[in-house]
Design a protein around this ligand. Sequence first.
Ligand SMILES: Cc1cc2nc3c(=O)[nH]c(=O)nc-3n(C[C@H](O)[C@H](O)[C@H](O)COP(=O)(O)O)c2cc1C
Length: 320
Amino acid sequence: MRHLLSLLRSGKGLRHVPVVNADSAEFSLRVVLRGLLGGPVDVSGDHCPVSLRPFVLGVRLAAENADQGALARRVWLEIYPPGSETMPLARLALKSVGLLPLKQGALHLFEVARTLNRCLPRPTLWLRYLLAWQNARTAARRGDALRMSARDLRALNAYYIVARPVFLVGARHDERVDLFPMDLVSALSSGEYLLALRATNPDVALMESSGRIAMSSAPAELLDTVYALGNRHRHPIPDLRDLALPISTSPLFGLPVLNQAGLVRELTVERVERIGSHVLFITRIEHEAGLAGRQLAHLSGTYIEWLRHRQRGCEVLAPL
Ligand SMILES: Cc1cc2nc3c(=O)[nH]c(=O)nc-3n(C[C@H](O)[C@H](O)[C@H](O)COP(=O)(O)O)c2cc1C
């Protein structure tokens, strides 16, 4: 009864859930941009989150795909489950809000005007949307500083149908050093590596001033520690030895990385753009070694339910 009352009062977020990332069909979704004059473009390796408030996503288009009309017309992004060419799991109607030229082509920035999520039967989905709307409405009262709109929460939940692997990011400037989790990170097929960090996060200054970043794949087994690192980012730790984590330094830049047999990547910041609630770091990979192994990732709860309904699944690390 108490749970029901709290649900009615505060609603419930459309969640993304911690899972173990896997090299399996469930994690191999196809992302297609439609509505361009030249026809649909597979952008599975060319999309990234840019800001959460408003929710802005970026899609890299090669110069030959980016007709001028794309900026004026409505285009939409579709996410296809493995094995399906015709029935997308989600469709995001996009509204062009800008463009960042890249070395090859450009990153087109879009807000999401409307989201169609086919993971759940309509009545179930509408109930979730109602609870998410209530959740968004009461965000300020609950002390949620980001306060995403209900429309953006629906879009973000659909966007997380494509799993977002989690990394521990190490940065240092002068005397200050930090290690914190990020999942708003994406590689583009043109070689750039993008990271979106909340503008209010003090780690933005470390990354921007030093121009150097290291990242380690976050092991699924360290879920609690990784989340704890995400919750204390406003108070950078004075000494990384205080952490209950095996830490060493990255080979090129000497930044903190996890001392384990995972993936370590070192990046140089090439450009910094402030867009909405987040700061977008456009970087170049300088060094990469190791394999990610059992890496923590975030996945849309509605997609996990879709998988379960089909007796398929993935290793979920927290209750839905
Ligand atoms: C696993 C994990 C991954 C995260 N990834 C990002 C990220 O990529 N970008 C970001 O801005 N915040 C990310 N966060 C959230 C921040 O670390 C932080 O908790 C959040 O910005 C809260 O900020 P506030 O205290 O200013 O409200 C992540 C948190 C966790 C636990």
